[in-house]
Design a protein around this ligand. Sequence first.
Ligand code: PAF
Length: 297
Amino acid sequence: MDIISRVMDLKTSLKQTRLKGKTIALVPTMGYLHDGHLALMRQAKMDHDLVVVSIFVNPLQFGPQEDYQVYPRDLNRDAELAAAAGVDILFTPLVGEMYPRGHQNMLTFVDVHALGERLCGVSRPDHFRGVATVVAKLFHIVEPDGAYFGQKDAQQVIVIERMVEDLNINVKVVAVPTVREADGLALSSRNIYLSSAERQAAQLLYKSLDLAKEKLGAGERDAAVIVSEMRRILAVEPLIKIDYISVSDPADLAEQKIIKKTALVALAAQIGRTRLIDNMIWRESAGVNSGADQFAG
Ligand code: PAF
């Protein structure tokens, strides 16, 4: 596996790959890799000849009070895991390489307006602008045939799919099912922040989604009923502060009152100093996006 930190070096290397007629996959990450990331890499490797994984903690997508400075970083460990997963190139730019004038001096942004303003966008106002901008930059640098994202960040996937469509970017966006711990907690680099009591509490997030699935399966279609049932489960645990629970249309993230054929049931909660998100997509014919949820450990 090659480790490349300069944009020019990566472009030169990938030009050779393309000349040989090989296809390229990109897995954008912020590092501190876990099994969820490795699932993206394995899928990318199955679908394409060459896999590029980027590791870049993007300052543009963190709010002023958020965890940019303390976000976990361990490049040596990440490099070992990525190499073992069959990754060909690890792209590890410094902030000055991605934002040569400094990220505070950026003048050009990609903003997928309404889609970035709902759900997580309410409490993280510039987050999706930061995500879309850095992902657009990575798409221009790597020019991948396919790009792989975790379904855990459902809104991120929807934002990026729309950006790709609106800006005619020639890449296939692939969403890979959420990987979970044995008790259902979705894997996240931020899980490392949880104390043992908080970790215990965090399993209720998945339990609340599971209850929503059960209610939907039993024919409940009133979103308010589903949300209040989920709140009831989460209220048991004083460590959990709900940011939002949303039942929306995955096409445009508009809230649904009466659930139709498809629903994105998504939530965000603060547990101690850690903000966690999770979701499931429910389809009338197929039930939950199963096949979807994988369990680790
Ligand atoms: O999902 C993430 O880790 C980040 O939002 C991404 C897509 C790598 C952009 O910085």
